[in-house]
Write a protein that binds this ligand. Structure first.
Ligand code: PTJ
Length: 245
C-alpha cells in the first residue's frame, strides 16, 4: 500500500485493488473477488467515487437500525475481510453487533483464515465457524450459518453479495441492510436499507453515525428508521449513475 502515492488521482481505486490482491495471496479472498471488485469499481466511477447524499442518509438509517436491534450481526465475506477488517470491528463495537463469516465459496481454510484476520484486527469473537444452522430455501454454501448468529439475528448487514440470500433472510423476517455499489443487484433491490456506496466509505460513515446517535432515545432512532425511503435511495443512486454516463 505504501507504493501507491496518496496524491494519485486513482488512489482509492488502486488501494482497493491492492487490498483484494493481498487478500487473495493470504487465502482470505476468493479469486472471484477480483471480478466483484472490478464490477464495483465501475459503478463507483460512475457515482463520482463519493458518498452521495442519499447513501449518507441510508448509512444513518442503517446505524439507527443496528442500534435498535436486539441481536445485530455483520456478515463478512472474503472481499469485506480484505477491504475493511478493522472498520468492521469498529462498527461491531459501536453498535454491539456480532461478526459472522459467511461465504459463497466456503472452505474450512478460508473461514478460519478470515476469522484469524479479523482477530488480528481486534475482533475478540468471530462467528460462522460452527455453522450449525441453515437458512431455509437456500441450497448453496451461504445457507450455512451459526444458530446463535445470523440464524437468530433480527438485523443483518449483508455487504458485497449479489444473490438470493438477501431474499431468503427476508423470508425469515430479518431486517436487512445491504452495501452494494450496483443499485440493480438483487440484494439491494430487496433490502430494507440499500446502501449504494463503496464499502470503504460506507462502513466508517455508519460507525460515525452510530457514535453520533449513541445517546439518542428509541423514539429518535425509530423516526430515523421510519423516515428512510428505500425506493428513493435506489432511484437517487440510479439517477446519479445515469448522470455519470
Ligand atoms: O468470499 P466469498 O466466497 O463469499 O465470495 C465473495 C464474492 C464477492 C466473490 C461473491 O459474493 C460474488 O461473486 O459477488 P458478486 O456477485 O460479484 O457481487 C458483489 C457485489 O458487490 C457486486 O454487485 C459489486 O458491484 C459490489 N461491490 C464490489 N466491490 C464493492 C461493491 N460494493 C460496495 N463496495 C465495494 N468496494
Amino acid at each position: 500500500e505504501e507504493e501507491i502515492p496518496a496524491d494519485h488521482p486513482r488512489y482509492q481505486d488502486l488501494l482497493t485493488r491492492h487490498r483484494i490482491e493481498t487478500g487473495i495471496e493470504k487465502g482470505i479472498t476468493h479469486l472471484q473477488g477480483m471480478h466483484a471488485e472490478g464490477r464495483g469499481s465501475a459503478f463507483d466511477y460512475l457515482l463520482g467515487e463519493e458518498t452521495i447524499p442519499s447513501a449518507d442518509g441510508a448509512e444513518r438509517a442503517a446505524a439507527a437500525h443496528l442500534l435498535l436491534a436486539d441481536q445485530p450481526v455483520l456478515s463478512i465475506n472474503g472481499n469485506v475481510a480484505a477491504l475493511v477488517p478493522e472498520e468492521m470491528v469498529d462498527l461491531a463495537s459501536a453498535v454491539d453487533a456480532d461478526l459472522e463469516v459467511n461465504l459463497f465459496n466456503r472452505t474450512p481454510e478460508r473461514v478460519e483464515a478470515i476469522a484469524e484476520h479479523l482477530r488480528e484486527h481486534g475482533a475478540d469473537e468471530v462467528k460462522g465457524l460452527t455453522a450449525d444452522a441453515r437458512i431455509p430455501k437456500l441450497d448453496h454454501q451461504r445457507a450455512k450459518v451459526d444458530a446463535d448468529g445470523i440464524h437468530a439475528a433480527d438485523v443483518v448487514l449483508v455487504p458485497l453479495e449479489d444473490g438470493d440470500r438477501a431474499e431468503a433472510l427476508q423470508e425469515m423476517d430479518k431486517t436487512e441492510i445491504v452495501i452494494d455499489l450496483n443499485p440493480l443487484s438483487r440484494s439491494p433491490q430487496v433490502a430494507a436499507v440499500p446502501i449504494v456506496d463503496n464499502i470503504i466509505r460506507a462502513v466508517p460513515n455508519m460507525t460515525e453515525h452510530a457514535r453520533d446517535l449513541a445517546d439518542a432515545d428509541e423514539a429518535e432512532l425509530r423516526s430515523i428508521v421510519d423516515e428512510f425511503d428505500r425506493e428513493q435511495a435506489l432511484e437517487d443512486a440510479e439517477a446519479r449513475i445515469r448522470n455519470g454516463l
